[in-house]
Write a protein that binds this ligand. Structure first.
Ligand code: NCD
Length: 303
């Protein structure tokens, strides 16, 4: 049985198969509309979410399956003190596959060890968010036609942003990628990531001003300052509007650059940018459904 804890759980060949399947689902969704009839997905969300939970639910329903779950730890038995290990043992009796989001890093991994069904990490604290990474990679591959040979700027909260950490981990396996990390001093990418890049001889730079690097970018990955992971409100308020991508800044970018964002957006991209053809974040959300459909099929052995 296979779980998904990190994007590295799949080889790049397995990812290519997954993305081919996601593109086929995009082209011909009717072909897949009944494959999961009789199957149940459990979504166990101990932390807030809109996109990830609903895109999983939408994915399972579009495959003909059904969904059970909870969207708030307070309404689950966690509120009575039940451990994640016990919860997953019980969920294994009710469902065929489980997507779990948890504020504690590693909690979905603990669940996977005790689970009788595939467990998907739908975000664990500031650590990893593998299905967002699959979404990001599918978006890049579909819209750019390749994974590799590009300069990517990751901008915003690179310290707490789990989508950033997962994406960097996944991208280092492709050739000729240059990373530009754009953040305020306090929100720099963690040392374990820069250490990993140095040990692999992968090129990266850290800058503060977005405008300085904009013309070099093939991809700009914007992120929200992760309010919920700050220890004090004052620091959040000081940093939350550090970057605001507007049409004036976007005018410095290449014609074929893509702007990605895992969403939710707060202020970091002005709404005026949405109508620019380079704004790809809503298309990215759509790819999130296709890739989760492909993932469910793959982990259930139905692909
Ligand atoms: C992200 C997350 O939960 O880490 N959201 C998402 O799943 N698309 C990004 C964020 O919350 O900023």
């Amino acid at each position: 049985m296979k779980h998904l804890m990190s994007p590295l759980d799949f080889t790049t060949q397995e990812l290519d198969r997954l993305f081919d399947l996601a593109n086929d689902i995009e082209t011909d969704p009717n072909k897949y509309a009944h494959i999961c009839e009789g199957k149940i997905l459990a979504t166990c969300f101990y932390e807030p979410s809109t996109r990830t939970r609903l895109s999983f639910e939408s994915a399972m329903i579009r495959l003909g399956g059904r969904v059970i779950g909870f969207s708030d730890a307070a309404s689950s038995s966690a509120a009575k003190g039940e451990s994640v290990s016990d919860t997953i043992r019980v969920i294994s009796c009710y469902a065929d596959i489980c997507a779990m989001r948890h504020p504690k890093e590693g909690a979905p991994m603990v669940a996977a060890e005790k689970s009788q069904i595939p467990v998907i990490n739908a975000g664990d604290g500031g650590h990893q968010h593998p299905t967002q990474t699959l979404t990001d990679l599918l978006t890049i591959r579909s819209l750019k036609g390749r994974l590799g040979d590009f300069t990517i700027g990751l901008c915003g909260d690179l310290k707490f942003g789990r989508t950033v950490h997962s994406l960097i981990n996944a991208l280092v396996r492709y050739d000729n990628i240059r990373f530009l990390f754009i953040s305020p001093e306090e929100l720099r990418v963690p040392d374990y990531i820069t250490d990993m890049l140095r040990s692999k001889g992968i090129s990266y730079s850290e800058v503060i001003r977005l405008e300085d690097v904009m013309p070099q970018l093939d991809l700009l990955y914007m992120t929200r300052v992760q309010k919920e992971r700050f220890f004090n409100e004052e620091d959040y308020v000081r940093l939350k509007d550090f970057y605001i991508l507007d049409t004036a800044k976007l005018a410095l970018a290449r014609e074929d650059m893509l702007v990605l964002h895992p969403l939710p957006r707060v202020n970091e991209i002005s709404v005026e940018v949405d109508s620019d053809p380079r704004a790809a974040y809503f298309r990215q959300a759509q790819y999130g459904v296709y890739v989760r459909m492909a993932l469910i099929l793959t982990l259930l052995g139905l692909a």
